[in-house]
Ligand binder design. Structure first.
Ligand code: HEM
Ligand code: HEM
Length: 196
């Protein structure tokens, strides 16, 4: 069976739509994108609000809760990619393919770093660390102000790098769709879109 024939857990039958990623991969991709944009938007918003205001505090709690959600989605995505995701043929070749691979690897790396930094930052702050109050993440070490400041700086710069690269990645997908018209974006869309 070639890599392009693999269709995950339903690999016994020919996939109904072999030219697209499987539904779970598509769901995880768009959930990740949504959470990253939400997390960034929340952080930019609470940064503008005055220190000590209840709204700022609540948006920080929502940010941390969605952060825990992103960590869970990321772990599931890794397991799914290794265990069951449908592998599609590379849509481009040569330098364009190398660029796309490097961009995807960098996005994964930045996502992982941002999640790890977010957790370290919260532990160093020693503040409430729950998923919408439903369950708590236990402390991994004692609160530490100087380390909290270091993690804060790193978390901030990784956030901007991730957002700028994700914007470039989205622009590349739109270039494929509207200029090159090669169906690359359609492979990742939840519904079958007509040709551009
Ligand atoms: C924060 C937002 C986003 C992140 C972090 C992200 C991340 C990723 C990653 C890591 C991959 C590689 C998947 C793999 O091969 O395992 C990927 C694939 C893809 N993404 Fe995104 N993405 C984001 C937003 C978007 C947006 C807005 C679009 C469309 C406008 C898009 C379109 C695509 C497409 C079409 C692919 C498949 C490319 C291919 O078949 O080689 N992504 N994305
Ligand atoms: C891609 C995802 C994420 C982005 C884009 C993002 C972005 C940001 C930004 C821009 C800030 C403000 C930093 C500053 O101005 O100094 C921030 C704060 C913070 N983030 Fe994230 N973040 C993400 C994921 C996470 C995750 C996974 C966690 C861990 C649960 C987390 C925990 C925190 C904490 C604890 C703060 C400080 C809140 C406070 O001031 O009390 N973040 N984040």
């Amino acid at each position: 069976m070639s890599a392009s024939d693999r269709s995950g857990l339903s690999g016994f039958a020919a996939p109904r739509d072999a030219g697209r990623y499987d539904a779970f991969t598509i769901l995880l991709h768009w959930l990740t994108a949504l959470l990253v944009v939400l997390l960034f938007g929340l952080a930019i918003t609470f940064n503008y609000l005055g220190r000590g205001t209840p709204l700022r505090h609540n948006l920080q709690l929502v940010h941390v809760s969605f952060g825990i959600g992103l960590a869970a989605v990321f772990v599931v995505r890794l397991i799914w990619t290794l265990a069951g995701a449908r592998a599609l043929p590379r849509p481009t070749a040569g330098a364009a393919d190398m660029l796309a691979r490097a961009m995807h690897a960098l996005l994964y790396l930045l996502l992982a770093s941002q999640i790890v930094l977010g957790f370290l930052y919260r532990w160093a702050q020693g503040e409430e660390f729950t998923f919408f109050g439903l369950f708590a993440i236990p402390p991994a070490f004692a609160p530490d102000r100087p380390w909290a400041r270091t993690f804060d700086g790193l978390h901030y710069y990784v956030a901007w790098t991730l957002i700028v690269l994700a914007a470039g990645h989205a622009a590349a997908a739109l270039l494929h769709h509207y200029i090159l018209r090669d169906g690359v974006l359609r492979r990742m869309l939840p519904v079958k879109a007509p040709d551009a």
